[in-house]
Design a protein around this ligand. Structure first.
Ligand SMILES: [Zn+2]
Length: 193
C-alpha cells in the first residue's frame, strides 16, 4: 500500500472501473488456460498502462522450450507469467502508473520483481495459499514494498474460477503441507481432486 501522512492512497496507477478490472482479470485467466494447452503451469499476467491499454501479456512457460524469435524465457524454472511479461516489456515506462493483473497471487520472486521495478499496483484473481508472496511477507509492512499497492481477489466468481484452474497444479507441484493449505483456503475448488 502506498499512503501519505494522512493515510490517503497515493498510488499513481489508475483505478479502473469494475467492468474493466473484470475484463483484465479474465484475460489473465485466458492466458493461464493457454499455458495449460502448451504444457506449462496455469498462470497468466498482463500489464495495463494509465490509459487502460494492455501493454504486455505474459504466461507461465516453464514447460516449454525457449522461443528465440519471440524472446520468451521458456524452459527455465523462473519462466513464471510475470517474468515472461517483464522480459518482453524490457524497460518499463513510468512503472508507477502501471497495473499488473495476474490470475494467481505472485510468488516472492515475481512480487519482489514488481516491487523492485516500482509497479504502481498489482491485482490478482486468486490467492496462492502456498506459493504466494503473502504467506512469506506482509506487503503492507515490508519496507521494500511501499511503492506498490496490492489488491487481492476483488471478484469472488473470478477468484473461484482461478482457484479451480490452478488447484490441480497446486496438488501436483506443491508439497503435502502446501496442498493442505490450498484445501483449507479453497475447500470447494479443491474438492474431489
Ligand atoms: Zn512467480
Amino acid at each position: 500500500m502506498t499512503v501519505d501522512a494522512q493515510g490517503e492512497n497515493t498510488s499513481k496507477a489508475t483505478l479502473f472501473t469494475e467492468q474493466q478490472e473484470r475484463a483484465f482479470l479474465q484475460e489473465t485467466l485466458r492466458l493461464a488456460r493457454e499455458s495449460i494447452e502448451k504444457g506449462s503451469s496455469p498462470v497468466g499476467a498482463i500489464m495495463v498502462n494509465a490509459q487502460g491499454e494492455i501493454v504486455g501479456r505474459g504466461r507461465n512457460r516453464t514447460g516449454e522450450p525457449f522461443d528465440e524469435d519471440e524472446q520468451h524465457p521458456g524452459n527455465a524454472s523462473l519462466a513464471h507469467a510475470e517474468m515472461d511479461l517483464y522480459y518482453q516489456l524490457a524497460r518499463l515506462k513510468d512503472p508507477e502508473t502501471l497495473t499488473l493483473y495476474t490470475s494467481l497471487e505472485p510468488c516472492l520472486m515475481c512480487g519482489g520483481a514488481s516491487a523492485l521495478l516500482s509497479v504502481g499496483r498489482i491485482v490478482w484473481a486468486t490467492d496462492d495459499a502456498w506459493g504466494g508472496s503473502g504467506r512469506l511477507i506482509a506487503w503492507d509492512e515490508h519496507p521494500a514494498m511501499q511503492q506498490t499497492e496490492v489488491c487481492p481477489h476483488p471478484f469472488a466468481d473470478l477468484e473461484s474460477e482461478g482457484a479451480r484452474l490452478f488447484a490441480p497444479e497446486a496438488k501436483k507441484a506443491f508439497p503435502e503441507e502446501g496442498w493442505k493449505l490450498w484445501q483449507e483456503r479453497y475447500p470447494d475448488e479443491t474438492n474431489g481432486l
